[in-house]
Write a protein that binds this ligand. Structure first.
Ligand SMILES: [Zn+2]
Ligand SMILES: [Zn+2]
Length: 564
């Protein structure tokens, strides 16, 4: 019985920070690859749930609230709903999209903190921290600005210098100033709670030694940390926005956002189970060793997901550990580093105001920053849309369906006998289905997107070589068999397209007048799909429109003129 149970998979994508809208860097780094993977697993028949939510705590949110003179809650309300809507419009199909400001999440995070504390994995420590007398508060790293000790540029933050990119500690900043009121802060004593991460080094190293299939960027990053030696990490902060530290004497302190954010994966799953009316069902995933837990993240999150979070899970010992952490590199924009502060970014909503979602999904998948940074360039995006989606995939569908409309009254022609070339293209389809699946199983979304386009390319070649416009006059049965085979290919394509091009996949399935939803079909059976002779096809539509040069020029101008 064991091996016929569907594989149980819990997929998460990094919780986006609710202090700004979504941009293409977010999408390329975590959400598109995760959604492609999940859609594929659903078609495979796996028992998969896809969990995410807004990360609504942390200092960048309070900074924005201060700047706009509104409350942090108003900031996160605005961006939570904005991001949720963008995800929906892009077809990023979470089973649950939660938010960390929910009481449910606060309670679960505090319970985990208290559990670790009870087990002796948390200790108190007095530390010196910069305090602003004018603002009457301790300054979080990002509220401190001054001269960088390395490159001596001004405007280095307490956690990082944007000019030279080095990570900093607040005490390294030369002539530090409070970012809010510009006065000079002083060092004062304060108490924080530290997670004893150092005690987990050996277990983490042993655990990761078994993860030979992890991507090299994750393995190398972690081995660098192990080599330096893990140190205990403070998991509390002196700010008033966040989850209160549930201990006496901890008034005014909250859990560090990086402690509570990954716990959001658990609380979002709990919320999902509640919304399903099966409140305990989250345990079927989080507390079952057969579940594969997969965290899709960008490379800036590796330390938290591959080191700190697994150590917290080990300390707590109630939940499964991550099985895979496919971390992506960064997306650059027109050859330059993406920067939200300079507005050198393309925002999801700006894109969606002009273009449909699928060409972006396809481009970011085919160009995913998997092993190195990749670049989003408007002209390259246009080229992928026009010369691949429109000229190859769209063209195959358009000309074959037009032909059937004209010559066969829009009904599926009957294939009396298949010729060698018909068998050959169906064999190609079957092999490619397996190949794309293997690429996606290995988190190689980029390769899978190329393999998808390769089948459409092979389909076009088959259609050309079979020359139905000529056999319609010389051998009508041969012509019918060609079109019948082409329809089988297209039925399969609407399944295989779904991870990358879900809206177009649905459109194609409708054009073929397939039964129910294409999403009820099975990946492994896609190559066997066929329609009976005489099956009436649906309304024809253009699958992909070409994008004109002037529209692309407007986008390039907009990016250049709105950045600083
Ligand atoms: Zn610097
Ligand atoms: Zn101040």
């Amino acid at each position: 019985m064991e091996d016929i149970l569907p594989e149980k998979i819990l997929v998460t994508a990094a919780l986006p920070y609710a202090n700004g809208p979504l941009h293409l860097g977010h999408l390329a780094g975590a959400y598109i690859p995760a959604d492609v993977y999940v859609r594929y697993q659903r078609l495979k028949g796996s028992d998969v749930i896809f969990i995410c939510g807004s990360d609504e705590h942390g200092v960048p949110i309070t900074i924005r609230a201060d700047k706009e003179k509104i409350t942090p809650q108003e900031v996160v309300d605005r961006y939570h709903f904005m991001m949720k809507d963008s995800f929906r419009r892009l077809g990023i199909d979470f089973d649950n999209y939660s938010r960390t400001s929910l009481q449910l999440h606060h309670k679960i995070s505090q319970d985990i903190f208290l559990d670790l504390n009870r087990k002796g994995y948390i200790r108190e420590q007095e530390v010196k921290q910069l305090y602003c007398g004018t603002c009457a508060r301790f300054l979080p790293d990002r509220y401190i600005e001054g001269e960088c000790p390395h490159c001596h540029s001004n405007g280095a933050r307490g956690d990082q210098c944007e000019s030279c990119g080095r990570w900093l500690e607040p005490e390294q900043i030369i002539s530090p100033k409070c970012k809010v009121c510009s006065s000079s802060p002083e060092f004062r004593s304060t108490k924080h709670w530290y997670f004893r991460l150092s005690e987990f080094q050996k277990r983490l190293e042993e655990w990761q030694a078994s993860k030979e299939d992890w991507k090299s960027n994750v393995r190398e990053f972690c081995s660098g940390w192990f080599k330096e030696g893990l140190t205990d990490r403070p998991i509390t902060r002196d700010i008033d926005w966040g989850i209160p530290v549930p201990l006496p004497g901890a008034e005014g302190k909250v859990l560090y956002v990086w402690f509570d954010a990954p716990i959001g994966y658990i609380s979002s799953t709990v919320e999902w189970a509640q919304l399903q009316g099966t409140p305990e069902r989250w345990r079927d995933y989080w507390c079952d060793a057969r579940t594969r837990l997969i965290h899709f993240i960008g490379k800036d999150n590796i330390v938290f997901h591959a080191i700190v979070w697994p150590a917290v899970l080990m300390a707590n010992a109630e939940f499964i550990l991550p099985d895979q952490i496919p971390a992506n590199e960064f997306l650059t924009i027109e050859g330059e580093k993406l920067s939200t502060s300079r507005n050198w970014a393309i925002w999801a909503d700006e894109y969606l105001a002009v273009f449909p979602p699928d060409p972006l999904r396809y481009y970011l998948a085919a160009n995913a920053p998997e092993n190195k940074d990749s670049d989003f360039a408007w002209k390259d995006f246009q080229a992928h849309n026009n010369s691949e989606l429109a000229d190859i995939l769209g063209n195959l569908v358009n000309r074959s369906l037009s032909f059937i409309q004209k010559q066969f009254d829009g009904k599926t022609p009957e294939a009396l006998t298949l010729a060698n070339e018909d068998h050959a293209i169906l064999e190609t389809l079957k092999e490619a289905t397996g190949r794309i699946g293997r690429s996606l199983d290995a988190f190689q979304v980029r390769r899978a997107a190329v393999e998808l386009m390769d089948i459409a390319r092979a389909g076009n070649k088959y259609f050309n070589d079979s020359a139905p416009w000529s056999t319609i006059k010389s051998d009508r049965n041969r012509c019918a068999a060609t079109l019948n085979t082409t329809l089988r290919l297209e039925a399969a394509l609407s399944i295989l397209m779904d991870p990358f091009l879900p809206f177009s996949a649905e459109k194609l399935w409708k054009m073929l007048n397939g039964p129910g939803s294409h999403r009820d079909q099975r990946w492994d059976e896609a190559h066997k799909l066929s329609f009976p002779a005489g099956h009436k096809l649906g309304e024809r539509e253009i699958l992909f429109n070409k994008i004109e040069d002037d529209i692309i020029e407007v986008q390039i101008q907009k990016l250049r003129s709105s950045s600083t």
